[in-house]
Structures are given as structure tokens and as C-alpha cells.
Design a protein around this ligand. Structure first.
Ligand SMILES: [Zn+2]
Ligand SMILES: [Zn+2]
Length: 207
């Protein structure tokens, strides 16, 4: 599997490219700020881009989606609850729900609906190796739950759900906010206070 983590813009956003080494089909997650760099990375790997997946509606995760679509013809995909919040910033071609999946070569990509930071927040399980978390989970932290459309109870429930996934997954976050660009989910379970909170009350009392 081809994997690229691009740090873009002045908010330390991460954009991801995944592609099948044999068939060269690939997809991108959260294209923002620098479509030229994203397109150059796609070209470097000779990837046939078929999907542009948005983890949620915030502008710092979507603002290069239309340009990447115009240059590649890939379809823009987001959760059903993200669509009404885009307000024309970009136009999705396909609305998805919990459990949406597709294959790249012989590897599977599965979408998990993990609301809380935003109503349509999703995480993506890629090839049983990577867990792309958007702004739901960061290294040592989690996404904000005090924004319009956020719901702290849902975020806590979504984090509990992520905690039930296998330790070997490599957590790929939406921003480069941590001490490392990626870390395993096992390490997050051990070290991340947001995952260690035993109750919703404890979760709410975190600094
Ligand atoms: Zn966000
Ligand atoms: Zn963000």
C-alpha cells in the first residue's frame, strides 16, 4: 500500500494519500490548503485517484477538495450528516453512512461514523493497518467538543468505540498536534488521557 502523510497549511493539517501499489488506484483524505502539493504527490506515485474522502465539514479539511476533483475526476465522498454543513464550500458526489466500505486491490477500507467533534465525523480503517481519525482523536488528545454542532457525549462514546479497536492500528490524525506524527492505537490507549477517562464525568473534567 502506498501511504503518504502530508502536513499542509498553517493549522498543521494532515492530508493522506493511500493507493494500491499494483493497480495504482488510490484515494485521498481531507485535501486542504495546497492542491498543488497534493496533486504532485498523486502524480509522483502515478496514482489513479478515484475518491476524495472528507472526515468532516470543517474548512481546514476540505478547502482543496474541489480543485483536486477538477484535476483528477475523483468523486467527493462524505458522511450524510456532513453534507448540509458544507454550505456550498464543496459539493459531495456521494453521501455515506456507518459501514460504507470499498476495496483497493485486495485491501479493505471501512468507514466508521464517529460523531462528537462534528455530526458527520468519520474515521477510516484502511487495510487493517491504519486508523485515520480526522479531528476525533489526536495523539495524546481528542478533538474539540465545544464548537457549533459538537456533542461531548457523542465524542466520548466515539472515543470508547475507537478504544475497542485493535492495538496494532496506526493512528493517523487530522492535525500534527502531538509529539509524533503517528502512534499506534495501543500507545494511545496507554497514554492518551481522552481515551483513559473512565466515565463521561471524568472525560469532561480533563483540561
Ligand atoms: Zn474539525
Ligand atoms: Zn481540523
Amino acid at each position: 500500500m502506498i501511504f503518504e502523510q502530508l502536513s499542509l497549511g498553517n493549522m498543521q493539517n494532515f492530508c493522506y494519500l493511500f493507493a494500491d501499489e499494483t493497480g495504482r488506484e488510490g484515494f485521498i483524505i481531507d485535501p486542504a490548503f495546497d492542491h498543488n502539493k497534493i496533486l504532485a504527490t498523486i502524480k509522483k506515485h502515478k496514482v489513479n485517484l478515484t475518491r476524495i474522502i472528507l472526515t468532516h465539514h470543517h474548512f481546514d479539511h476540505i478547502n482543496a477538495a474541489s480543485q483536486v476533483k477538477a484535476q483528477t475526476g475523483a468523486e467527493i465522498i462524505c458522511h450524510r450528516d456532513t453534507a448540509p454543513l458544507l454550505h456550498g464550500a464543496t459539493t459531495p458526489d456521494r453521501l455515506i453512512d456507518e459501514g460504507y466500505s470499498f476495496t483497493l486491490g485486495d485491501r479493505k477500507v471501512i468507514c466508521l461514523h464517529t460523531p462528537g467533534h462534528a455530526p458527520g465525523s468519520i474515521c477510516l480503517l484502511v487495510a487493517d493497518k491504519w486508523l485515520v481519525t480526522g479531528d476525533t482523536l489526536f495523539i495524546n488528545d481528542c478533538g474539540r467538543a465545544d464548537l457549533p454542532g459538537s456533542d461531548p457525549k457523542q465524542l466520548f462514546a466515539s472515543l470508547q468505540r475507537l478504544k475497542s479497536l485493535p492495538d496494532h492500528l496506526i493512528v493517523c490524525t487530522g492535525h500534527n498536534y502531538g509529539p509524533l506524527p503517528t502512534r499506534t492505537l495501543g500507545e494511545e490507549k496507554r497514554l492518551n488521557p481522552a481515551l483513559n477517562a473512565k466515565s463521561f464525568e471524568e472525560f469532561c473534567s480533563l483540561p
